[in-house]
Design a protein around this ligand. Structure first.
Ligand SMILES: NC(=O)C1=CN([C@@H]2O[C@H](COP(=O)(O)OP(=O)(O)OC[C@H]3O[C@@H](n4cnc5c(N)ncnc54)[C@H](OP(=O)(O)O)[C@@H]3O)[C@@H](O)[C@H]2O)C=CC1
Ligand SMILES: O=C(O)[C@@H]1CCC=N1
Length: 242
């Protein structure tokens, strides 16, 4: 728990029993209470799959206050579409990373309503660095870089471990080293220090790291697939926006 919300003020609607809901219940949250409990809700967070939100929200509409702010963490679905589905209520879109679960996320936010944006910030700032976007269109790129980004780092880490195995490390050792190196690299990213400075700190001139870096991005070998992955994610997010 990050302290963003007192668990006693939390209502969780979920079709299946799951440990995280039980943990919240133990702290005083209400799990699947009768829907009239929603009458006093100031914010309604919607985190179902983009294709499911209209069906999932239908039963709650009659119970939500007109002033409730709809907080959507769904990829793609536009503010206007959600607002229309929620009978004109104001909406803030948030694209968090999974790191919010450890209170170390990052979240991009967009709303055309100042009060809704403030609600989103007050909910997410205790568990994430926040970035307020200047246009809703940028949500596609923010999703591709940040929402999806952890999976890209994990995929790179897996490739690093596999490369270690190819060079003779036992699989468990290679995996341990690659995972711990991901954590260790993240711990070194403090403040606004330039990434080039962080790279230079590791790469001794004429040394071992530099030999690897030359190959890593030879003729854009790294930049090209990363650009391609982000573009593909932007395209998918755009497709989801209908
Ligand atoms: N995964 C990520 O890193 C991020 C995901 N998102 C967005 O979060 C959303 C969920 O993605 P993800 O977690 O990957 O998907 P999952 O399939 O893991 O989760 C979907 C969730 O929706 C719940 N759900 C399904 N139907 C209902 C309903 N009728 N009422 C209430 N809850 C319902 C499910 O509950 P149950 O488990 O009980 O079935 C489940 O918790 C998507 O819109 C995605 O774009 C945003 C940022 C990052
Ligand atoms: O993969 C997805 O669609 C969601 C959005 C960002 C991260 N996960």
């Amino acid at each position: 728990m990050t302290g963003a919300v007192d668990p006693k003020d939390l209502i969780i609607l979920t079709p299946s029993e799951k440990p995280v809901a039980e943990k919240a219940r133990a702290l005083g949250a209400r799990i699947n209470p009768p829907l009239d409990a929603l009458a006093d809700a100031k914010a309604f967070v919607i985190g179902v799959k983009p294709a499911k939100w209209a069906e999932a929200s239908q039963p709650v509409l009659a119970h939500l206050s007109k002033d409730a702010v709809i907080v959507s963490v769904m990829a793609g679905v536009p503010e206007a579409t959600i607002s229309q589905g929620f009978e004109g209520r104001s909406v803030v879109r948030v694209m968090p990373t999974t790191g919010v679960a450890q209170g170390q996320g990052v979240a991009s936010l967009w709303s055309s309503h100042k009060a809704a944006l403030d609600t989103g910030l007050s909910l997410f700032a205790p568990m994430a660095e926040t970035a307020v976007l200047t246009s809703e269109d940028l949500m596609h790129a923010a999703t591709a870089v940040s929402g999806c980004g952890p999976a890209y780092f994990f995929a790179f880490t897996r490739a690093l471990a596999q490369a270690g195995v190819a060079e003779g490390l036992p699989e468990d050792v290679a995996m341990k080293l690659a995972r711990a190196t991901l954590r260790s690299a993240a711990a070194g990213v403090v403040g606004d220090e330039a990434l080039d400075t962080l790279i230079d700190r590791v790469a001794s001139p004429g040394g071992v790291t530099q030999a690897g870096l030359v190959v890593l991005n030879e003729n854009g070998a790294l930049d090209r697939p990363v650009k391609g992955a982000v573009k593909a994610a932007v395209d998918k997010s755009t497709e989801l926006s209908g």
